[in-house]
Design a protein around this ligand. Sequence first.
Ligand SMILES: [Zn+2]
Ligand SMILES: [Zn+2]
Length: 362
Amino acid sequence: MAESRANHTVSVSGWAAHDSSGKITPYSFKRRQNGVNDVTIKILYCGICHTDLHCAKNEWGITMYPVVPGHEIIGEVTKVGTNVKGFMEGDRVGVGCLAASCLECHHCKTDQENYCQDLQFVYNGIFWDGTITYGGYSQIFVADYRYVVHIPASLPMDAAAPLLCAGITVFSPLKEHDLVATAGKRIGVVGLGGLGHIAVKFGKAFGHHVTVISTSPSKEPEAKQRLGADHFILSSNPKQLQAARRSMDFILDTVSAEHSLLPILELLKVNGTLFLVGAPDKPLQLPAFPLIFGKRSVKGGIIGGIKETQEMLEVCAKYNITSDIELITPDKINEAMERLAKNDVRYRFVIDIANAVTSNNN
Ligand SMILES: [Zn+2]
Ligand SMILES: [Zn+2]
């Protein structure tokens, strides 16, 4: 499809990375005018996901510069196209990772747009008109309404932003394994970062026994006292691992660094499932023995569909679940990204986009 920026006349101030240094600087660009199926959103908050960091630095080799990252977008609707259903000016809304999909395949028709082959992301993707998408590190967003969700009134907008990627990424596997409606299972969460800490909150809210598995001893008080986890296993401690063998029904692995699956698989009961949502850039070793001797499964998944994302937000409102965040102004994005690279954040940075005007003048 040829690129068509003819109707891209809406001037937007944002923040972009321009090369593999990943350095984010103020960047002015154009978005499309609000089309019949679009809503225009005044962005108030945008979370900083680990993917933003990978993409800004071109660590996966697929970045189209300049890249405006950000796929945990929350704001207020300021314009509504004539075909739009379910949204009005002034609505509190969110946009996650998805900008477009084919709308016609089996996955699109069954509310699993996230598995559409023609899926296009909110940044570093190619929209239907052939243009490269720009994400939420910006003051205005234009979204097709079919990829927009409502933010329940009881959720604070800043702390809700990370739910749009981190939240749905851990909610969807729990739902798929019947761990949202059914309580009393034993689940493990590997890694206690942006994804893991929300997984622990969900696990406890849904009535499960939750064990955090981490390489870092300092995460034990965090996991237990701050987040209410029932148990903690230091993954470098063979005794603790041995004591917990065959104890868990389901384990969610959120770690995106290289790590060994063998000790994690041994923690699963017979028939247990290890679900990967972290994306290490090198392939993980898959040991056959713990699968064969325990009839265990390993699978993975990416975020969730739009309908499921809306459902997740309603569940978060019901249980009062949001992300723990550190709110920053846009002039602190680079600092935040450096700290994120070292996992030095409790547990998600969120950019206060609406506070940008003054900080942009520095
Ligand atoms: Zn993300
Ligand atoms: Zn599709």
